[in-house]
Design a binder for this molecule. Structure first.
Ligand code: TNX
Length: 535
């Protein structure tokens, strides 16, 4: 049996749908080739049915590669990053297969039966994250221009293997992959999610778990909402009370917590190994009650506020007319910039209802010079577009059309429309967690929109990509984070990565259904929407 599928870059039409069906249904129970006849059971293979986000082009070659107990992973000699990417794959595959895969060096193609990761011959036109994955009966090879592309490519390798490859305990094989050629690169450079550590605190282990799940879907931006009215979650050495006092509670009044600078750095390093950039957010001038409680001098009346454990917004404000406020902002941004290798600092700027608009505008204009002075690119929620923005900032859309003007003047936009991309919105009226002020967001609603047509006047060329924020007023545990994020986050990942013209809910929901068993193997207790035929 021999299928050739080239997807998508062009509308998904009936013929492709028929071919896909043929592949999905028959691809996993095809006639064994003569060489496989000797094995006891046929090797199941997964191809198009199992990859999220959908790659740019997939060509099924017929036949399969079987990972055997003596398989290893080969990389070019002397490539430190490729070696650590190989180890990442070896660890995952090793846990479920029980095989002891070694990462070995090989100049040129290794012996048959192995996995090969190389940047030699990588195609620069596929960009930093693009890759070509070729699976034949002999070898599984990922070639990429940059290590980031190798890392994205091995996520596809994981998804070509059976779902039980994700299990943390040894599973029965066989471990087959469909023979295939995949050429792949992302549509958008910004494919992110945000976690709110302030309303409820999540520590290093929880954050790492979230990063692992992001990586599986090829996401590359992790926005950490580190401060808000309910808690300040990162140590700032020059203002120590922020964390120790301002971080002591959370929504509902339970004990809060904070990241030490070493823990923050540990998160950044863990993200880096997954080719994910961390964007720290310090939300100013509103959403600052925790800071106003920690230091009386940040208040215009010089009186420290009480700690806040409710879920209201818009009531707090730094005293924008006091010089102390700018010393504070400068110190915080200086320390955060030094800890953050990524080029971005997010300064919040949303819902500053307790600051008069002209003062807000001036405040943001001054803060941008502080961010600039530490060599970082400023990001802010869409409200900052009211200010005269210099130095090429990035504006994050969430609710209004205020970004239109800025976009038309060349400011880049991240799309996080609350009614489509807020992971804290309930799925439907039976969801017990979450909020509903922006509406319910069922899994289909989360998938069926396009960032490039969401706000009129904000076109594809104005957009860096999308980000799905998870606000945690109602979310207390990592299991609850996972329930709200999955399966919607897989859909956002596909919106960010795959070509719009090839996206189609009826086709996607089949692949998502197949990911039910993958998410289960990963230990994710996701929302089993009735819209999807789960496996
Ligand atoms: C609006 S979106 C907020 C957050 C809340 C969220 C709850 C944005 C920039 N601000 O402070 O947590 O709604 O859904």
């Amino acid at each position: 049996m021999f299928h050739v599928l080239l997807l998508p870059r062009r509308p998904f039409h009936v013929l492709q749908a028929a071919l896909l069906f043929f592949t999905l249904v028959l691809g996993s129970c095809r006639t064994p080739s003569p060489t496989e006849m000797s094995t006891a059971k046929p090797v199941p293979t997964f191809a198009l049915s199992s990859i999220i986000p959908m790659p740019d082009s997939v060509k099924l070659l017929g036949g399969s590669f079987v990972l055997n107990p003596n398989a290893n992973i080969y990389v070019e000699p002397g490539t430190v990053e490729a070696r650590s990417i190989g180890q990442f794959l070896a660890d995952i595959v090793g846990r479920s297969t029980g095989y002891n895969l070694q990462v070995l060096a090989s100049a040129g193609a290794p012996p048959r039966g192995n996995i090969y990761l190389t940047t030699v011959g990588g195609d620069p036109t596929l960009g930093e994250e693009g890759y070509v994955l070729t699976v034949t009966q002999d070898l599984a090879t990922v070639v990429a221009y940059q290590p980031a592309g190798l890392f994205r490519g091995i996520q596809t390798v994981r998804q070509l293997l059976p779902p039980s490859i994700e299990s943390s305990t040894i599973q029965p094989g066989p471990w087959g992959m469909a023979a295939v050629t995949i050429r792949d690169s992302p549509r958008f450079v910004w494919r992110g999610t945000m976690l709110d550590l302030s309303r409820h605190f999540f520590g290093v282990q929880d954050v790492k778990r979230y990063l692992d799940l992001m990586a599986y879907y090829k996401l590359n931006r992790f926005h950490l909402h580190l401060t808000d009215d309910q808690g300040w979650r990162i140590v700032i050495n020059s203002w120590p009370n922020l964390a120790t006092y301002g971080g002591s509670t959370q929504v509902g009044g339970a004990t809060g917590g904070y990241l030490t600078q070493a823990e923050y750095s540990e998160i950044v390093a863990y993200a880096q190994l997954r080719y994910i950039t961390v964007i720290p957010e310090i939300d100013v001038p509103g959403h600052t009650n925790a800071a106003l409680a920690s230091y009386a001098g940040l208040n215009c009346d010089g009186v420290a506020r009480s700690l806040y454990t409710g879920i209201g917004v818009g009531f707090s404000a730094l005293c924008v007319s006091k010089e102390t406020t700018y010393t504070f902002v400068d110190d915080v941004i200086r320390e955060l910039s030094a800890l953050t290798p990524g080029p971005f600092i997010h300064i919040g700027g949303d819902e500053a209802f307790a600051t008069a608009i002209p003062e807000y505008v001036r405040f943001i204009e001054r803060v941008q010079t502080i961010v600039q002075s530490y060599g970082k690119q400023m990001i802010g929620w869409e409200e900052i577009a009211q200010s005269r923005l210099l130095y090429g900032p990035i504006v994050q859309h969430w609710y209004s059309n205020v970004v239109q003007g800025a976009a038309q003047q060349g400011t880049k936009v991240i799309m996080s429309p609350a009614s489509k991309a807020y992971l804290d919105m309930k799925y439907d009226n039976s969801t017990t967690l979450g909020q509903d002020w922006a509406g319910y967001i069922e899994v289909k609603d989360a998938y069926t929109w396009d960032p490039a047509t969401q706000v009129s006047g904000v076109a594809e060329s104005n957009i860096l990509g999308l980000e799905a924020p998870l606000w945690t007023e109602t979310i207390q545990t990592i299991a609850e984070v996972e329930y709200m994020a999955f399966p919607r986050l897989a859909g956002y990942a596909e919106i960010g990565w795959s070509r719009e013209a090839g996206r189609n809910w009826d086709e996607y929901k089949i692949r998502l259904g197949e990911h039910g068993s993958r998410l289960t193997a990963l230990g994710v207790k996701f929302y089993r929407t009735p819209e999807v035929p789960w496996k």
